[in-house]
Write a protein that binds this ligand. Structure first.
Ligand code: ADP
Length: 521
């Protein structure tokens, strides 16, 4: 069997070779390749791998007859459209054919046949087949195009959905506050994470903004929001304050925001919602407030410092002037000059202490406080300092009592003496003329210095802040001072790895306790 792979070939099946040859001769003028099979089985085998545009089947073939072969051809999807012409020796078979194969292109030729009739039938069926093939191909093409279109449409939809989700997640995760409302009542439609975080436990989604945020914004703010919805003109605000309870702890915190409320339009260009976009600027506002406070504090300090420095200068100048006068007159002996000069010297010492304090503060704030550690006995230093301040105590009408046990450590001697002196001077100054007691002991594994007075005392609310720079709990008129002593004292104690505490009550005296790490043997 020859098997040209042409789809327009004609397949003929007949168990008589002579019939096959005769048929071939009849059909040859039509110009189609002709495939000859000597049985139904052979014809089917051919059609397994090939196509043809027409099958001519002898009805009376041994094995599979023409009808059975045709039934199998029609039974397979790929070959069911092939037109079939049955060739039979008797017209009896005709009714059978048209009953069983009413569907599709079927014809019937009785032997002996007229070659022209045969060619006409073949030509007719071939044309029919070609047309229906074309239509099928066309329909398949349309189907494919439709499928492709659907596929593309689905892809485009998926892409648009992914884009929408991406945009939404950008909005939701944006570090700024974003909220979107719908309609003239501004019903919350979207509230991003930052916005929800700010609102704390407040649930606003699906609720009209006025109702959801009742009491949070002033009436004028709502008027401006309504105006944006009506006019479409954006509303911009800077450092707007709002009191929020972000953590749901009941207490509200005043926070500041820069924001813009703008209109959202639908596809037809009509306003159908609003978008709020806000940035928190609380840190910046607070930093500016702190800066303002710092400047105010500095100005206050400068006026206090100049007052403090002038205080010892005036008696110093007076002493020196009167000393000079006495000398000019030549009326004074050395014995009379001595107390005047001693007084002048005390004033210079006081100026010296003030200048040292200022220098120390500038060293501390610029991080240049370094310690010169040496092994020393705290009791010894306390006794020395107490002795040095004996005259000052006497002037204030008080006494200083020392009870000190021997405790050593590796500390900066000058700075520790500064700590003792600052606390002692305060105890004398604020001690109301009553005795001041200094004790040194070993307690809780540390060297403990306690400076106790029975003076004006310090209220509980002031106890923490007096350790800050320039902080004082008394008026300048009643007591001089720059508010630096305790600040410097605490910084020195901290630098040594120790700690300072105060126990006091207003009018009940004060006890300042300094614990310093001791030498470990
Ligand atoms: P200054 O004494 O120059 O004001 P300090 O830093 O030494 O500065 O003290 C800060 C403030 O702490 C004082 O102004 C005073 O109000 C309070 N204070 C310190 N020591 C005592 C004390 N022993 N008794 C009562 N108040 C004190």
């Amino acid at each position: 069997m020859t098997s040209p792979e042409l789809s327009d070939c004609i397949l003929i099946a007949d168990d008589h070779p002579a019939n096959l040859l005769a048929l071939e001769a009849v059909l040859e003028p039509l110009g189609h390749p002709i495939i000859k099979s000597s049985s139904g089985v052979e014809a089917l085998r051919y059609l397994l791998d090939h196509d043809c545009s027409l099958a001519l089947l002898d009805v009376a073939m041994p094995g599979l007859d023409g009808f059975e072969t045709a039934a199998l051809i029609r039974g397979r999807e790929r070959t069911r459209h092939i037109p079939i012409i049955f060739i039979s020796a008797s017209a009896r078979d005709e009714t059978h054919v048209f009953k069983g194969y009413a569907q599709g292109a079927i014809d019937y030729v009785v032997k002996p046949f007229d070659p022209d009739v045969m060619r006409a039938k073949v030509t007719n069926l071939l044309a029919l087949h070609r047309r229906s093939e074309e239509m099928r191909r066309e329909a398949a093409l349309r189907g494919r195009e439709r499928d492709e279109f659907r596929e593309k449409e689905q892809e485009a939809r998926a892409e648009a959905e992914a884009q929408r989700k991406r945009l939404q997640s950008l909005l939701v995760q944006a570090p700024s506050v974003i909220a979107i409302t719908k309609g003239p009542d501004h019903v919350f439609e979207l509230v991003n994470e930052r916005c929800q975080q700010m609102l704390g436990s407040l649930k606003v989604l699906g609720k009209p903004a006025r109702e959801a945020l009742r009491g949070l914004l002033p009436q004028e703010a709502w008027k401006s929001v309504d105006a944006v919805y009506e006019s479409g003109n954006a509303f911009v605000g800077t450092e707007a304050a709002i009191s929020l309870d972000e953590h749901g702890w009941g207490g509200t915190e005043r926070r500041f925001f820069n924001f813009v409320v703008q209109a959202i339009r639908d596809l037809a260009g009509n306003i159908d919602g609003l978008m709020l976009h806000a940035f928190e600027v609380t840190d910046q506002v607070r930093a500016r407030e702190r800066e303002r406070d710092a400047i105010r504090l500095r100005d206050e300090f400068l006026s206090i410092a100049s007052h403090e420095l002038r205080t010892p200068l005036t008696p110093l100048r007076l002493q020196l002037q009167s000393t000079l006068k006495c000398l000019d007159k030549g009326e004074t002996g050395v014995a009379e000059l001595r107390p005047r000069l001693e007084l002048a010297l005390r004033q210079t010492v006081r100026i010296g202490i003030l200048v040292t304090d200022l220098l120390e503060v500038s060293r501390i704030t610029s991080g240049r406080l370094t310690l010169q550690r040496e092994e020393m006995d705290l009791a010894e230093s306390v006794r020395d300092v107490a002795e040095r301040h004996e005259p000052e105590a006497r002037n204030a009408g008080t006494t200083v009592q020392v009870q000190a046990e021997h405790v050593t450590g590796r500390w900066d001697r000058l700075r520790i003496e500064q700590v003792i002196a600052n606390l002692l001077v305060n105890a004398i100054k604020y001690g109301g003329g009553r005795p001041v007691r200094l004790t040194v002991e070993r307690a809780d594994g540390a060297a403990r210095l306690t400076v106790r007075d029975e003076g004006i005392g310090i209220s509980t609310e002031d106890q923490e802040r007096i350790f800050d720079r320039f902080e004082r709990a008394v008026s300048v008129r009643s007591y001089g001072g720059m508010g630096l002593g305790l600040y410097i004292t605490q910084q020195i104690v901290d630098a040594h790895g120790g700690r300072i505490q105060v126990q006091s009550a207003r009018g009940k005296g004060s006890a300042f306790t300094v614990d310093l790490p001791v030498l470990t043997e």
